[in-house]
Ligand binder design. Structure first.
Ligand code: C2E
Ligand code: MG
Ligand code: MG
Length: 621
């Protein structure tokens, strides 16, 4: 068979209606080919002579279809090579994939076109082994070469046709893997880097830090980890929007990067938190050099939408080997130190101390126990009377929560209430308090004690939760009580920070006759002028003023001003924490309306409070 007559599939085509007897193998192949391309041959072709003209026509037709098919596959590059690996076929997809036009490629050697230098010899040998020994080249993922020299990732499948003839043809069917590879790379990037700042994420940072620590261990070098948390970033995000918040993060990353030495590590570990590691730097050195460098990133304000925004950050330090031997421990301890710094105010630095962590662990255990306190009936309410400053009669009761764990000592609400706030338990505790205070009030009223109000304390998180006040109202109604039977106490900061929705809900309660007191008055926001905007009925002057007023003219002056303004605004004024007769004399002189404190009564268990109330009822005029 002449070369001219060869098709890409290596079969001969001759002209004329000639009857030939094909070898078994050829016949089988032809039959397969025709069937595969939609043609057919006589079933008994083994015996019957084949009509060559018919076969040839069908063959040519299917040949055209086959070529059309190959050409139409946009992402499947097919190339054919002869025995010397010279190109004899090059489809459109090959043009796109490798950058050579069919004219350029035809006749050139495979290894000169798309095989990268180091693969040349192995490819030549593999091809030879196939042609000479029939050892197939298995399909595989390869990185071939574009005309421009760029690598081209493909999955390459190879077919040898006419294997045992003089002219074996190798066809390579390459599927472009660029998209998959890119997706893989993107995925790898996403799993290791932060999309916004392109800094390594926490996992990669931790892995890098562990490696770095290994080196420090070998060289006996120190290392310091710095945790950075932008102060009030949530407010920036809320006020300006996430896009602006993102701009700040990108700019901060740029500034911090600028201040890094080669070999330092940095990561963004959560929205506004960054961690850095400084090998070879001890904590003492870090305090002198690194911290100042990092703080320098905040020297200039951040410009967002043309407006300058000065920012600060809270910083926490932990040091290797003193505060941890492995990355996660050093990161966690720097975080713990940073949280401590946050409590000290904005822009502060704190180094890790073991007792910070011990305290956290203790709090965590306490929170776990508190979770079961309701179910284990460990909670109760104590009631502290508020008496009339003039008559000494009990007018109201403040309900104060008590926790007596079955397996340990009583825990102060000053400790477990803030803990419940932080851990999200406060709403469940608060609901229990509401329910219990309403139940007790209903029981006392049923027993004839009618004129008293019980006030419950609501913390910030409770007031912000949209349903709390509705739940209170329905709880009051469910127990057959009137709105004025249960009052609430809020601290002034809760009111100052309250959003319009919260204020609207408070106003509704106020208009329904619910008494609303500002607790610990004087300890929070310093301006009195805001008072007129809030729906409140009473001020409870904080006990620190009452404690110090007899000796401190300033506290006395503040108290007098608070009582004066409270009265001018028509509010009831309660003096908290009155313990001594001097303090009582003072608050009477200032004309406080109600007095609460150990001088009269401590917080009492319900049964003791009840005895007191019944005694008062019995002596009522
Ligand atoms: P608070 O609302 O300001 O309650 C007054 C606190 O002062 C109570 O502390 C009370 O026992 C104490 N106290 C009363 N009279 C005197 C006195 O003459 N001298 C001194 N030194 N202290 C006095 P307690 O019961 O330890 O409660 C502490 C805080 O825990 C409360 O302060 C309140 O903010 C919070 N709390 C208590 N119960 C609840 C509750 O059911 N829910 C919420 N959200 N917070 C509560
Ligand atoms: Mg209170
Ligand atoms: Mg108070």
């Amino acid at each position: 068979m002449s070369k001219r007559e060869r098709s890409p599939c290596g079969e001969a085509a001759s002209s004329g209606r000639v009857e030939v007897h094909l070898s078994d193998r050829r016949r089988r192949f032809l039959r397969w080919l025709l069937r595969w391309r939609g043609g057919s041959v006589a079933r008994d072709s083994e015996e019957a002579p084949v009509d060559i003209a018919l076969v040839q026509r069908r063959y040519q037709e299917s040949e055209q279809r086959f070529r059309a098919l190959l050409e139409s596959l946009p992402r499947v590059a097919v190339q054919g090579y002869d025995r010397q690996r010279r190109v004899i076929y090059w489809n459109e997809a090959s043009v796109r994939l490798y950058g050579y036009s069919a004219e350029e490629a035809m006749g050139r050697l495979l290894e000169d076109l798309i095989i990268p230098g180091p693969m040349r010899q192995p490819v030549i040998e593999a091809h030879r082994a196939w042609v000479e020994q029939g050892r197939e080249i298995p399909a595989d993922e390869l990185e071939l070469r574009h005309r421009s020299g760029e690598p081209v990732p493909v999955f390459s499948h190879h077919v040898m046709l006419g294997e045992h003839t003089d002219n074996p043809l190798m066809f390579c069917v390459d599927v472009d893997l660029s998209d998959q590879k890119r997706a893989h790379r993107d995925l790898a990037f996403a799993t290791h880097f932060d999309q916004l700042t392109h800094l390594p994420n926490r996992q990669s940072f931790e892995a890098d830090l562990d490696e770095l620590l290994e080196r420090c261990r070998r060289r006996d070098e120190p290392l310091t980890v710095l945790y950075l948390d932008i102060d009030r970033f949530v407010e920036i995000n809320d006020a300006l929007g996430y896009a602006q918040g993102d701009q700040i993060l990108i700019e901060l990353t740029r500034r911090l990067r600028h201040r890094q030495r080669a070999g330092d590590l940095m990561s963004r570990v959560s929205s506004d938190e960054f961690v850095m590691a400084f090998p070879g730097v001890s904590e003492a050195e870090a305090r002198q050099s690194v911290v100042e460098r990092v703080r320098g990133a905040f020297d200039r304000p951040f410009v967002v939408d043309g407006i300058e925004r000065p920012l600060t950050a809270s910083l926490g330090l932990s040091a290797f080997p003193e505060h941890g031997m492995v990355a996660w421990e050093l990161i966690r301890n720097a975080d713990v130190a940073k949280n401590r710094a946050k409590l000290d105010g904005q822009g502060t630095l704190q180094g890790f101390q073991q007792h910070f962590h011990d305290e956290l662990v203790r709090q965590h255990r306490l929170a776990e126990r508190l979770e079961h306190a309701i179910a284990k009936h460990e909670l109760s309410l104590h009631y502290q009377p508020q008496v009339s400053a003039v008559s000494g009669r009990i007018e109201n009761l403040e309900a104060l929560l008590r926790w007596q764990p079955t397996d340990g000592e009583a825990v102060s609400p000053a400790e477990f209430i803030p803990l419940a706030e932080r851990s999200g338990l406060i709403e469940r505790l608060g609901d229990w308090v509401m329910e219990e205070a309403c139940r007790q009030q209903a029981a006392w009223r049923a027993a004839g004690v009618e004129a008293l109000r019980i006030d419950i304390n609501l913390s910030g998180r409770q007031v912000r939760a949209p349903e709390t006040l509705e739940r209170l109202e329905s709880c009051v109604a469910r127990h057959g009580l009137r709105p004025q039977d249960i009052g609430i106490e809020l601290t002034e900061n809760v009111l100052i920070e309250a959003e319009e929705g919260v204020l609207a809900r408070l106003r509704r309660l106020y208009h329904r006759g619910v008494r609303i007191a500002i607790d610990d008055f004087g300890t929070g926001y310093s301006s009195l002028s805001y008072l007129k905007h809030f729906p409140v009925t009473a001020l409870k002057i904080d006990r620190s003023f009452i404690r110090d007023a007899p000796q401190q003219p300033e506290d006395r002056a503040i108290m007098e001003a608070a009582v004066f303004i409270g009265h001018r605004l028509g509010l009831e004024v309660v003096a908290e924490g009155v313990e001594t007769v001097e303090q009582l004399a003072l608050v009477r002189e200032m004309r406080c309306d109600l007095v609460q404190g150990y001088y009269f009564h401590p917080p009492l268990p319900a049964a003791d409070a009840q005895r007191l109330l019944f005694a008062q009822l019995a002596h009522a005029p």
